[in-house]
Design a protein around this ligand. Structure first.
Ligand SMILES: *[C@@H]1O[C@H](CO)[C@@H](O)[C@H](O)[C@H]1NC(C)=O
Ligand SMILES: *[C@@H]1O[C@H](CO)[C@@H](O)[C@H](O)[C@H]1NC(C)=O
Ligand SMILES: *[C@@H]1O[C@H](CO)[C@@H](O)[C@H](O)[C@H]1NC(C)=O
Length: 327
């Protein structure tokens, strides 16, 4: 009798701990990190420990590897694995979470990347759809999410609803898509999308308490916060994450004027920077300046920034009192 009781308690504890592991929620500021390249445009992971430290010091909660589409679209599976290795090694000791973006590539490669993320003890998976495929019904969408669970070992799965490239995902994931996948796939833990996507979904479907919506833009932090959205996966987290945190602080303390001034400042600086040449290359260069970490340029077909673009970016930082380290 006593032994049975002990066994039951043990089983309950075990179930409790398993449940805990699989329901640990990812939320907050997840930085889609840039790929450090050397002067021959080859991946150079040696700066990743410093990069992780820089993000941690700025108050970021986690990183997403291979999430910046213009950069990750020209990275091999081998290079993504190499990047994940380096990010896991650098991030875990700092308490930063790590997600791997696995989609945008043929399905066999998606599976290989999901398996790799599991083997490296990553914290989650973000997935664009495969190339040239857009789920056209809630069933299609659910099947894709289900496909990702094939070998994900219970890792949380997030869908990346990028619509900038119509060949990648010409689809707004509306409420019925989200709802169906949520009902049928336990490990579907949320998505990344626009504020509009977030509103469309929550107007009809319920986001479970173990799910999270990651906003892909930083343009209205206080407004989004008011609507209950506080998590981000946006490239500007490489550059000025502290301003997002400041806006939230002002907003929390009821100082909406200061929140809106800081938002204007953030939007103004990032929009000026992103007008200098290729927008993502410009953000990468601006991040090099604020972090002092050498990240390199971008692979073709993305055009390199000119010296003039870099000078302009420095001027924008100077004019807006953003400190930077001369490269
Ligand atoms: C990688 O970067 C480090 C630090 O910038 C540098 O010392 C090293 O030579 C680079 N390695 C390659 C292969 O470019
Ligand atoms: C925001 O507030 C928190 C808690 O008060 C504080 O630790 C943090 O430094 C503040 N961050 C910024 C960027 O103002
Ligand atoms: C992709 O990366 C390779 C390797 O760095 C580079 O040679 C090539 O120009 C890049 N662009 C395209 C479109 O393949």
């Amino acid at each position: 009798m006593k032994r049975t009781f002990v066994l039951v308690v043990f089983c309950l504890l075990l179930v409790g701990s398993i449940e805990h592991a699989s329901t640990q929620k990812l939320e907050g500021l997840f930085c889609p990190v840039f790929t450090p390249l050397n002067s021959e445009y080859q991946v150079n992971v040696s700066v990743i420990p410093d990069y992780a430290k820089y993000l941690k010091d700025k108050g970021v909660d986690g990183v997403v590897v291979a999430a910046n589409i213009p950069e990750s679209s020209n990275l091999s599976v081998r290079e993504k694995k190499e990047l994940l290795d380096a990010w896991v090694a650098a991030s875990k000791p700092l308490g930063l979470k790590v997600m791997l973006q696995v989609g945008g590539v043929p399905s066999p490669d998606i599976i290989e990347l999901v398996r790799y993320a599991v083997s490296k003890d990553a914290d989650g998976i973000l997935a664009l759809p495969p190339p040239f495929y857009s789920p056209e019904t809630p069933e299609d969408f659910t099947r894709y999410i289900e496909f990702l669970t094939c070998c994900s070992g219970g890792l949380p799965i997030y869908y990346d609803n990028v619509i900038a490239n119509p060949n990648i995902a010409a689809l707004f994931i509306m409420a019925p898509y989200f709802e169906r996948a949520s009902n049928e796939v336990e490990n579907f833990k949320g998505m990344r999308g626009s504020f509009r996507d977030a509103m469309l979904i929550t107007s009809e479907a319920k986001i479970r308490s173990d799910q999270e919506f990651f906003l892909n833009k930083h343009l209205a932090v206080a407004g989004a916060m008011y609507m209950g959205f506080n998590s981000y996966i946006t490239p500007i987290l490489n550059f000025l994450p502290e301003l997002i945190r400041e806006i939230r602080n002002y907003s929390n303390s009821g100082d909406s004027d200061a929140a809106s001034e800081t938002q204007d400042r953030l939007n103004h600086i990032t929009s000026l920077v992103m007008q200098q040449g290729d927008s993502i290359a410009a953000l990468k260069a601006a991040t090099e300046l604020t972090s002092g970490i050498s990240l390199g340029g971008m692979r073709a077909p993305h055009p390199a920034l000119s010296n003039r673009d870099i000078t302009e970016i420095k001027e924008i930082l100077n004019d807006n009192d953003i400190e930077y380290i001369e490269q």
